[in-house]
Write a protein that binds this ligand. Sequence first.
Ligand code: GLN
Length: 446
Amino acid sequence: VDTSYRRIAEVDDKVSAFLILDEARARAAAKQLDDAIATDKSMLFGLPIGIKDNIVTKDLKTTCASKILDGFEPIYDATVMHKLDDAQAITIGKLNMDEFAMGSSNETSAFGVTKNPWNTAYVPGGSSGGSAAAVAAGEVLCSLGSDTGGSIRQPASYCGVVGLKPTYGRVSRFGLIAFASSLDQIGPLTRTVADNAHVLEVISGHCTADATSANVPVPAFSEALTGDVRGLRIAVPAEYMGEGVDDAVKQSVRDALHVLEGLGAIVEEVSLPHSKYALATYYLIASSEASSNLARFDGVRYGYRTENAEDLLDMYLKTRAEGFGEEVKRRLMLGTFALSTGFYDAYYKKAQQVRALIKQDFDEVFSRFDVIIGPTTPTPAFRIGEKIDDPLTMYANDLLTIPVNLAGVPAISVPCGFQAGLPLGLQIIGKHFDEETIYRVADAYE
Ligand code: GLN
C-alpha cells in the first residue's frame, strides 16, 4: 500500500488514472491485515487493487465518470468487492473510464482524459482506460475493469498489460452499473498471466443476486499454467488478419503464432463469416439496452439534479440534458429509436438474429479447435483528440473484440510487441467457461 501510494504521488498527475483515492481507508484496511498477520493469509493478502468507477463501493464515491452521478456514495458493495475483501485485497481507489463505459479512448469521461503511460500524448484505450493505465504505470498490481464490447481487452492492448473478459455469467455483475446487460462482464487487468488467473479465481462464482450468473464450478485457474501447448489446435480467422488491420499488428500476431507452433501447437486458418456484421449488431443491441438501463438516472434517486427546474418533467429533462455527455446522449437516442414502435422488428430483433449467426460461427470453429487467435485491435493506441469527433472511426476500434461479447465467450489480451514505442496485444479467445485453456496458451506464450 505504501509503494502504491508513493507511485501514485509520483506519476498520477501525468497519467490521471484515478478519479477517487481514499488513502486513509486503504491504510486502515492494511493495518487490520498487519494486526491479524498470524491468521491464515488469503489468496490476495495485502494486494493493492484499483477498481473501475462503474463498480459500486460502499461509502466510496462511484461516478461512472459521469456528471450525473457526481457525489453518489453507494450504500452497498458489489459482489466482486465482497470477494476481494474476503481474499484480503486492498482497494486503493476508483479508476477513470469513458462515461458509463461508452467509448474506446477514455475521452468521454466527464472528469478529464487518462493518458497512456507509454506516451502521454496517446490514449490509454477504453472504456477501462484508467484500469489499464494504473497497472501499466505501476500504481497498482491489479485492477478490475468491465468489458461490454472490448473495454478490458482494448485498453490492456494499448497499455501493454494483461486483460481478460470472462465468459458471460462467470463473474457476478451485482453492483456493476449496467450498460448493456446481455454483454457486460467484469474482469481483471494485471501485469502477468499468472496474476490474472489468481484474481479471476477470486472474483468468479455463482451469485444469487445476479440472475445471469452461471452456477458452474470455479477451477483453480492458476493450475492451468503448465506451459504445455503440444497438440493444441489454434484457429486464426482470415477476417482478423485482413483489411483494416495494420501490417505491423498482423506481423506481431504471426510472430506470436510461430512461437506457439515452436512449442508444439497446430495453427490453421478459418473463417468467421458473419463477423463483418458484428459492429452494426453491437451498436444496435448495446445502445438499445443502454437506453433502458440508463432510464433510472432521473435526478430523483442518484447524484446530480438540475437547479432550475419548473416542474417534475422539466426536472427530469434538464437533469438528463445537463448530466449526460455527448456520447451517452448519442447512444440513448439511437437505442430509444431502435426500440420504438414500428422499428423494433427492423432493428433490435434483426440484430438479435444476426447475433445468433455470429455465435454459430464461433460454435462451428470451436467444434474443431481449442482456441482462436488474432490481434486485439486493428492498430496501436492513437493520439488524444485524433478520433473523438468521428464516432464511426472510433467504433472501428472494436472490430475484433465485439464478436466475442456477442457470442458470450471468454478472451484475453496479452502484450505481443511494440509498434513505434506503443504496445500491441494478442487476443486469445476460448470456448464458453474454458478460461483455463486461454490462460494456458497465454502463459506459454508469455
Ligand atoms: N468501445 C465500445 C463502446 O463504446 C466498448 C465499450 C465497452 O466494452 N464498455 O461501446
